[in-house]
Write a protein that binds this ligand. Structure first.
Ligand code: SF4
Length: 387
Protein backbone atom coordinates (compact mmCIF):
# COMPACT_ATOMS: atom_id res chain seq x y z
CA UNK A 1 0.00 0.00 0.00
CA UNK A 2 1.36 3.39 -0.95
CA UNK A 3 1.29 5.73 2.03
CA UNK A 4 3.03 8.67 0.40
CA UNK A 5 1.50 12.06 1.10
CA UNK A 6 1.35 14.55 -1.74
CA UNK A 7 3.22 17.68 -0.60
CA UNK A 8 0.81 20.60 -0.50
CA UNK A 9 3.11 22.78 -2.62
CA UNK A 10 2.69 20.30 -5.50
CA UNK A 11 -1.04 20.73 -5.56
CA UNK A 12 -2.54 22.83 -8.30
CA UNK A 13 -4.41 25.94 -7.13
CA UNK A 14 -8.12 25.99 -7.95
CA UNK A 15 -8.66 27.44 -11.41
CA UNK A 16 -10.47 30.75 -11.37
CA UNK A 17 -13.72 30.41 -13.25
CA UNK A 18 -15.84 33.21 -14.55
CA UNK A 19 -19.07 31.41 -15.41
CA UNK A 20 -20.77 28.12 -14.94
CA UNK A 21 -18.83 25.25 -16.33
CA UNK A 22 -20.31 21.79 -16.19
CA UNK A 23 -18.19 19.81 -13.73
CA UNK A 24 -15.87 17.28 -15.33
CA UNK A 25 -17.18 13.75 -15.07
CA UNK A 26 -16.94 12.58 -11.47
CA UNK A 27 -15.08 15.71 -10.38
CA UNK A 28 -17.36 15.91 -7.35
CA UNK A 29 -16.18 12.45 -6.37
CA UNK A 30 -13.06 10.32 -6.10
CA UNK A 31 -14.52 7.74 -8.47
CA UNK A 32 -12.65 9.06 -11.50
CA UNK A 33 -9.32 7.60 -10.29
CA UNK A 34 -7.99 5.36 -13.04
CA UNK A 35 -5.33 3.48 -11.08
CA UNK A 36 -6.37 2.87 -7.52
CA UNK A 37 -3.59 3.60 -5.02
CA UNK A 38 -3.48 5.56 -1.78
CA UNK A 39 -1.36 8.20 -3.48
CA UNK A 40 -3.93 8.66 -6.26
CA UNK A 41 -6.81 8.73 -3.79
CA UNK A 42 -5.12 11.52 -1.85
CA UNK A 43 -4.39 13.39 -5.04
CA UNK A 44 -8.03 13.06 -6.13
CA UNK A 45 -9.22 14.32 -2.74
CA UNK A 46 -6.90 17.31 -2.84
CA UNK A 47 -7.86 17.97 -6.48
CA UNK A 48 -11.50 18.26 -5.51
CA UNK A 49 -10.72 21.69 -4.02
CA UNK A 50 -13.69 21.17 -1.79
CA UNK A 51 -14.15 24.21 0.45
CA UNK A 52 -15.19 22.11 3.45
CA UNK A 53 -12.70 19.29 2.90
CA UNK A 54 -9.55 20.35 4.72
CA UNK A 55 -6.04 18.87 4.73
CA UNK A 56 -6.83 17.49 8.18
CA UNK A 57 -9.88 15.60 6.85
CA UNK A 58 -8.02 14.28 3.85
CA UNK A 59 -5.00 13.07 5.81
CA UNK A 60 -7.24 11.46 8.43
CA UNK A 61 -9.52 9.67 5.98
CA UNK A 62 -7.71 9.06 2.68
CA UNK A 63 -6.66 5.54 3.63
CA UNK A 64 -10.26 4.65 4.53
CA UNK A 65 -11.47 6.06 1.21
CA UNK A 66 -8.83 3.99 -0.55
CA UNK A 67 -9.94 0.80 1.25
CA UNK A 68 -13.61 1.54 0.51
CA UNK A 69 -12.99 2.04 -3.20
CA UNK A 70 -10.97 -1.19 -3.33
CA UNK A 71 -13.69 -3.23 -1.62
CA UNK A 72 -16.38 -1.59 -3.68
CA UNK A 73 -14.62 -2.63 -6.90
CA UNK A 74 -13.76 -6.10 -5.59
CA UNK A 75 -17.38 -6.92 -4.75
CA UNK A 76 -19.01 -4.91 -7.56
CA UNK A 77 -21.04 -2.71 -5.22
CA UNK A 78 -23.21 0.10 -6.58
CA UNK A 79 -22.67 2.93 -4.10
CA UNK A 80 -25.33 5.64 -4.10
CA UNK A 81 -24.77 9.01 -2.40
CA UNK A 82 -27.65 11.21 -1.28
CA UNK A 83 -27.18 15.00 -1.59
CA UNK A 84 -27.26 15.38 2.20
CA UNK A 85 -24.24 13.16 2.81
CA UNK A 86 -21.11 14.76 4.19
CA UNK A 87 -18.69 15.57 1.32
CA UNK A 88 -16.32 12.66 1.99
CA UNK A 89 -19.13 10.10 1.87
CA UNK A 90 -20.88 11.90 -1.01
CA UNK A 91 -17.67 11.81 -3.04
CA UNK A 92 -17.42 8.01 -2.81
CA UNK A 93 -20.11 7.84 -5.49
CA UNK A 94 -19.69 8.85 -9.10
CA UNK A 95 -21.63 11.97 -10.13
CA UNK A 96 -24.19 9.81 -11.91
CA UNK A 97 -24.72 7.94 -8.62
CA UNK A 98 -25.31 11.09 -6.56
CA UNK A 99 -28.68 12.79 -6.13
CA UNK A 100 -32.01 12.66 -4.36
CA UNK A 101 -33.77 9.58 -3.03
CA UNK A 102 -35.97 8.92 -6.06
CA UNK A 103 -33.25 9.57 -8.65
CA UNK A 104 -30.92 7.23 -6.81
CA UNK A 105 -33.55 4.53 -6.49
CA UNK A 106 -34.25 4.75 -10.22
CA UNK A 107 -30.54 4.32 -10.80
CA UNK A 108 -30.61 1.32 -8.45
CA UNK A 109 -33.48 -0.16 -10.47
CA UNK A 110 -31.23 -0.53 -13.52
CA UNK A 111 -28.09 -1.91 -11.90
CA UNK A 112 -26.60 -5.31 -12.59
CA UNK A 113 -24.42 -5.11 -9.45
CA UNK A 114 -25.36 -7.71 -6.84
CA UNK A 115 -25.05 -5.18 -4.00
CA UNK A 116 -26.58 -1.72 -3.68
CA UNK A 117 -25.09 0.34 -0.86
CA UNK A 118 -27.34 3.33 -0.25
CA UNK A 119 -25.55 6.14 1.56
CA UNK A 120 -28.69 7.72 2.96
CA UNK A 121 -31.39 6.72 5.46
CA UNK A 122 -33.24 3.37 5.38
CA UNK A 123 -36.54 4.56 3.86
CA UNK A 124 -34.56 5.58 0.77
CA UNK A 125 -32.93 2.17 0.59
CA UNK A 126 -36.38 0.61 0.83
CA UNK A 127 -37.38 2.36 -2.39
CA UNK A 128 -34.27 0.92 -4.08
CA UNK A 129 -35.25 -2.54 -2.78
CA UNK A 130 -38.83 -2.12 -4.06
CA UNK A 131 -37.57 -1.20 -7.54
CA UNK A 132 -34.89 -3.90 -7.68
CA UNK A 133 -35.92 -6.63 -5.20
CA UNK A 134 -33.48 -9.30 -6.36
CA UNK A 135 -30.49 -7.25 -5.18
CA UNK A 136 -28.95 -7.09 -1.73
CA UNK A 137 -29.63 -3.53 -0.54
CA UNK A 138 -27.44 -2.26 2.29
CA UNK A 139 -27.21 0.81 4.52
CA UNK A 140 -24.32 1.50 6.85
CA UNK A 141 -26.57 2.46 9.80
CA UNK A 142 -30.03 0.95 10.00
CA UNK A 143 -30.84 3.06 13.06
CA UNK A 144 -30.75 6.26 10.98
CA UNK A 145 -34.35 7.44 11.02
CA UNK A 146 -36.27 10.42 9.69
CA UNK A 147 -38.76 12.61 11.55
CA UNK A 148 -41.12 12.51 8.57
CA UNK A 149 -41.10 8.77 7.95
CA UNK A 150 -40.78 7.60 11.58
CA UNK A 151 -43.83 9.47 12.78
CA UNK A 152 -46.31 8.33 10.17
CA UNK A 153 -46.98 4.70 9.31
CA UNK A 154 -49.40 2.40 7.53
CA UNK A 155 -51.97 2.61 10.34
CA UNK A 156 -52.02 6.41 10.04
CA UNK A 157 -52.79 6.14 6.31
CA UNK A 158 -55.58 3.63 6.99
CA UNK A 159 -57.21 5.96 9.55
CA UNK A 160 -57.26 8.85 7.10
CA UNK A 161 -58.57 6.65 4.28
CA UNK A 162 -61.43 5.61 6.54
CA UNK A 163 -62.25 9.29 7.18
CA UNK A 164 -62.17 10.22 3.49
CA UNK A 165 -63.31 7.16 1.52
CA UNK A 166 -62.77 7.40 -2.21
CA UNK A 167 -60.31 10.33 -2.03
CA UNK A 168 -57.02 9.40 -3.74
CA UNK A 169 -54.09 9.16 -1.33
CA UNK A 170 -50.84 10.75 -2.43
CA UNK A 171 -47.82 9.97 -0.25
CA UNK A 172 -44.49 11.75 -0.16
CA UNK A 173 -41.61 9.50 -1.20
CA UNK A 174 -40.05 10.23 2.22
CA UNK A 175 -42.01 7.47 3.93
CA UNK A 176 -41.59 3.79 4.72
CA UNK A 177 -42.72 1.04 2.37
CA UNK A 178 -45.64 -0.09 4.54
CA UNK A 179 -47.17 3.41 4.41
CA UNK A 180 -46.59 3.59 0.66
CA UNK A 181 -48.31 0.21 0.30
CA UNK A 182 -51.52 1.77 1.67
CA UNK A 183 -51.42 4.70 -0.76
CA UNK A 184 -52.56 5.28 -4.34
CA UNK A 185 -49.65 7.25 -5.65
CA UNK A 186 -46.27 8.60 -4.54
CA UNK A 187 -44.78 12.02 -5.20
CA UNK A 188 -41.59 13.94 -4.68
CA UNK A 189 -41.17 17.63 -3.93
CA UNK A 190 -40.37 18.11 -7.62
CA UNK A 191 -43.51 16.52 -9.05
CA UNK A 192 -46.22 16.85 -6.35
CA UNK A 193 -48.19 19.61 -8.11
CA UNK A 194 -48.29 17.76 -11.41
CA UNK A 195 -49.22 14.44 -9.80
CA UNK A 196 -52.02 16.04 -7.77
CA UNK A 197 -53.37 17.74 -10.91
CA UNK A 198 -53.43 14.41 -12.73
CA UNK A 199 -55.33 12.54 -10.03
CA UNK A 200 -59.09 12.11 -10.55
CA UNK A 201 -61.62 14.17 -8.57
CA UNK A 202 -61.60 17.56 -6.85
CA UNK A 203 -59.84 16.37 -3.71
CA UNK A 204 -56.52 14.80 -2.87
CA UNK A 205 -55.43 13.36 0.46
CA UNK A 206 -51.77 14.15 0.98
CA UNK A 207 -49.55 12.55 3.67
CA UNK A 208 -47.50 12.87 5.82
CA UNK A 209 -45.65 16.22 5.69
CA UNK A 210 -47.78 19.06 7.07
CA UNK A 211 -45.68 21.93 5.67
CA UNK A 212 -45.46 20.20 2.30
CA UNK A 213 -49.25 19.84 2.36
CA UNK A 214 -49.76 23.54 3.12
CA UNK A 215 -47.43 24.49 0.28
CA UNK A 216 -49.27 22.15 -2.06
CA UNK A 217 -52.59 23.59 -0.95
CA UNK A 218 -51.34 27.07 -1.84
CA UNK A 219 -50.14 25.93 -5.28
CA UNK A 220 -53.45 24.19 -6.04
CA UNK A 221 -55.72 26.94 -4.70
CA UNK A 222 -58.95 27.08 -6.70
CA UNK A 223 -58.02 23.94 -8.59
CA UNK A 224 -58.13 21.09 -6.10
CA UNK A 225 -58.79 20.68 -2.38
CA UNK A 226 -55.86 19.27 -0.44
CA UNK A 227 -56.80 17.25 2.63
CA UNK A 228 -54.04 16.37 5.08
CA UNK A 229 -53.50 15.26 8.68
CA UNK A 230 -54.75 17.86 11.15
CA UNK A 231 -56.73 19.79 8.52
CA UNK A 232 -60.38 19.40 9.56
CA UNK A 233 -59.53 16.15 11.35
CA UNK A 234 -57.76 15.04 14.52
CA UNK A 235 -55.12 12.89 12.81
CA UNK A 236 -51.43 13.50 13.23
CA UNK A 237 -48.99 14.16 10.42
CA UNK A 238 -45.27 14.80 10.59
CA UNK A 239 -42.70 17.38 9.50
CA UNK A 240 -39.06 17.36 8.52
CA UNK A 241 -37.25 18.39 11.69
CA UNK A 242 -34.48 19.95 9.60
CA UNK A 243 -36.50 22.21 7.32
CA UNK A 244 -38.84 23.06 10.18
CA UNK A 245 -35.97 24.93 11.84
CA UNK A 246 -36.08 27.78 9.33
CA UNK A 247 -38.39 30.56 10.46
CA UNK A 248 -39.46 33.67 8.57
CA UNK A 249 -37.42 35.78 10.99
CA UNK A 250 -34.33 33.69 10.09
CA UNK A 251 -34.78 34.53 6.43
CA UNK A 252 -34.96 38.25 7.21
CA UNK A 253 -31.79 37.91 9.31
CA UNK A 254 -30.04 35.93 6.55
CA UNK A 255 -30.90 38.59 3.97
CA UNK A 256 -29.38 41.23 6.21
CA UNK A 257 -26.32 39.31 7.38
CA UNK A 258 -25.27 38.02 3.96
CA UNK A 259 -26.51 41.02 2.02
CA UNK A 260 -28.98 39.15 -0.18
CA UNK A 261 -31.76 41.68 -0.86
CA UNK A 262 -35.00 40.28 -2.23
CA UNK A 263 -34.96 40.06 -6.02
CA UNK A 264 -31.24 40.88 -6.35
CA UNK A 265 -30.12 39.77 -9.85
CA UNK A 266 -26.93 38.04 -8.65
CA UNK A 267 -27.76 37.01 -5.09
CA UNK A 268 -30.40 34.43 -4.30
CA UNK A 269 -32.06 33.09 -1.20
CA UNK A 270 -33.35 29.56 -1.78
CA UNK A 271 -35.76 27.47 0.31
CA UNK A 272 -36.59 23.80 0.12
CA UNK A 273 -40.21 22.82 -0.42
CA UNK A 274 -40.31 21.09 2.99
CA UNK A 275 -39.97 24.49 4.75
CA UNK A 276 -42.95 26.46 6.09
CA UNK A 277 -45.18 28.35 3.63
CA UNK A 278 -44.10 31.81 4.87
CA UNK A 279 -40.45 30.79 4.38
CA UNK A 280 -41.15 29.75 0.80
CA UNK A 281 -42.98 33.00 0.17
CA UNK A 282 -40.03 35.05 1.40
CA UNK A 283 -37.44 33.08 -0.61
CA UNK A 284 -36.37 34.20 -4.08
CA UNK A 285 -36.77 30.63 -5.34
CA UNK A 286 -38.18 27.48 -3.77
CA UNK A 287 -38.39 23.91 -4.92
CA UNK A 288 -36.95 20.44 -4.58
CA UNK A 289 -33.23 19.82 -4.26
CA UNK A 290 -32.94 19.08 -7.97
CA UNK A 291 -34.94 22.19 -8.91
CA UNK A 292 -32.73 24.36 -6.68
CA UNK A 293 -29.62 22.85 -8.25
CA UNK A 294 -30.94 23.51 -11.77
CA UNK A 295 -31.85 27.07 -10.88
CA UNK A 296 -28.34 27.72 -9.53
CA UNK A 297 -26.84 26.37 -12.78
CA UNK A 298 -29.18 28.57 -14.84
CA UNK A 299 -28.44 31.73 -12.84
CA UNK A 300 -24.69 31.09 -12.94
CA UNK A 301 -24.89 30.69 -16.69
CA UNK A 302 -27.25 33.57 -17.42
CA UNK A 303 -26.70 36.16 -14.67
CA UNK A 304 -23.37 35.24 -13.07
CA UNK A 305 -24.93 34.29 -9.73
CA UNK A 306 -22.42 35.41 -7.11
CA UNK A 307 -23.95 34.59 -3.72
CA UNK A 308 -26.54 32.13 -2.42
CA UNK A 309 -28.04 30.86 0.81
CA UNK A 310 -30.07 27.65 0.77
CA UNK A 311 -32.61 27.10 3.54
CA UNK A 312 -32.11 23.36 3.60
CA UNK A 313 -29.84 20.67 5.00
CA UNK A 314 -26.34 22.05 5.45
CA UNK A 315 -24.39 19.35 3.57
CA UNK A 316 -26.46 20.03 0.45
CA UNK A 317 -24.79 23.43 0.39
CA UNK A 318 -21.38 21.84 1.07
CA UNK A 319 -21.79 19.59 -1.95
CA UNK A 320 -23.20 22.32 -4.22
CA UNK A 321 -20.35 24.64 -3.30
CA UNK A 322 -17.95 22.26 -4.97
CA UNK A 323 -20.06 21.98 -8.08
CA UNK A 324 -20.43 25.75 -8.41
CA UNK A 325 -17.07 27.20 -7.37
CA UNK A 326 -17.80 30.72 -8.62
CA UNK A 327 -20.75 31.11 -6.23
CA UNK A 328 -20.19 32.21 -2.64
CA UNK A 329 -22.46 29.96 -0.59
CA UNK A 330 -23.52 30.61 2.98
CA UNK A 331 -25.04 27.97 5.13
CA UNK A 332 -26.27 27.28 8.67
CA UNK A 333 -24.51 24.14 9.77
CA UNK A 334 -26.49 23.83 12.97
CA UNK A 335 -29.21 22.77 10.52
CA UNK A 336 -27.77 19.33 9.95
CA UNK A 337 -29.91 16.20 9.65
CA UNK A 338 -28.82 14.06 12.61
CA UNK A 339 -30.16 10.97 10.83
CA UNK A 340 -28.19 11.53 7.65
CA UNK A 341 -25.14 12.39 9.74
CA UNK A 342 -25.16 8.85 11.11
CA UNK A 343 -23.73 7.69 7.79
CA UNK A 344 -19.98 8.14 8.15
CA UNK A 345 -16.91 7.02 6.27
CA UNK A 346 -16.04 4.66 9.16
CA UNK A 347 -19.42 2.94 9.04
CA UNK A 348 -19.27 2.54 5.26
CA UNK A 349 -15.87 0.90 5.67
CA UNK A 350 -17.16 -1.38 8.47
CA UNK A 351 -19.99 -2.54 6.21
CA UNK A 352 -17.68 -3.31 3.28
CA UNK A 353 -15.22 -5.12 5.53
CA UNK A 354 -18.09 -7.25 6.84
CA UNK A 355 -19.05 -8.05 3.25
CA UNK A 356 -15.44 -8.89 2.41
CA UNK A 357 -15.01 -11.20 5.38
CA UNK A 358 -18.22 -13.10 4.61
CA UNK A 359 -19.80 -11.93 7.90
CA UNK A 360 -23.54 -11.85 8.50
CA UNK A 361 -24.89 -8.80 6.64
CA UNK A 362 -28.23 -8.67 8.43
CA UNK A 363 -27.17 -5.64 10.56
CA UNK A 364 -26.92 -3.73 7.27
CA UNK A 365 -29.40 -5.35 4.93
CA UNK A 366 -32.75 -3.72 4.12
CA UNK A 367 -35.38 -6.40 3.69
CA UNK A 368 -39.07 -6.17 2.93
CA UNK A 369 -41.60 -8.93 2.57
CA UNK A 370 -42.75 -9.67 -0.96
CA UNK A 371 -46.33 -8.52 -0.37
CA UNK A 372 -45.18 -5.08 0.84
CA UNK A 373 -42.79 -4.83 -2.12
CA UNK A 374 -45.61 -5.61 -4.52
CA UNK A 375 -48.09 -3.19 -2.96
CA UNK A 376 -45.58 -0.37 -2.45
CA UNK A 377 -44.31 -0.68 -5.99
CA UNK A 378 -47.67 0.31 -7.50
CA UNK A 379 -47.81 3.91 -6.14
CA UNK A 380 -44.19 4.45 -7.17
CA UNK A 381 -44.80 3.11 -10.67
CA UNK A 382 -47.92 5.24 -11.06
CA UNK A 383 -45.88 8.30 -10.19
CA UNK A 384 -43.19 7.35 -12.71
CA UNK A 385 -45.82 6.85 -15.42
CA UNK A 386 -47.15 10.37 -14.88
CA UNK A 387 -43.79 12.09 -14.67
S1 SF4 B 1 -33.60 15.90 6.16
FE1 SF4 B 1 -33.55 14.21 7.64
S2 SF4 B 1 -35.44 14.44 8.87
FE2 SF4 B 1 -35.67 15.71 7.00
S3 SF4 B 1 -36.76 14.40 5.53
FE3 SF4 B 1 -34.55 14.14 5.14
S4 SF4 B 1 -33.95 12.36 6.41
FE4 SF4 B 1 -35.94 13.06 7.16
Amino acid sequence: MDSQTIPLEELQPAKKQTGYKKPELNKNSVRHIKELSLKNVKKALYDRHHPTLTTIDIEAHAEKVYKILNLKAKHDVLMLGHNYMEPLVFGLSGTEEQGDSLGLSMHAAKTESPYILFNGVPFMAETAKILNPSKTVLVSDKTAGCSLADNFGAEDVRKLKALYPGVPVMIYINSYADAKAESDICCTSANAVKIAQEMPGDEILFVPDIYFAENLEEELKGEKTVIYPGKGNQEKGSVCEVHEKFLLSDLFAIRQQFEIPKGHPKRTLYAHWECRLEVLQEADFYGSTSQIRKDIAKRVEENGLERAFIASECELTSNLSQEFPTVQFWTACSVRCSHMAKVTIDKVLNLLEALDSGADLSPYEVNLNSEVIERARRPIERMLEIT
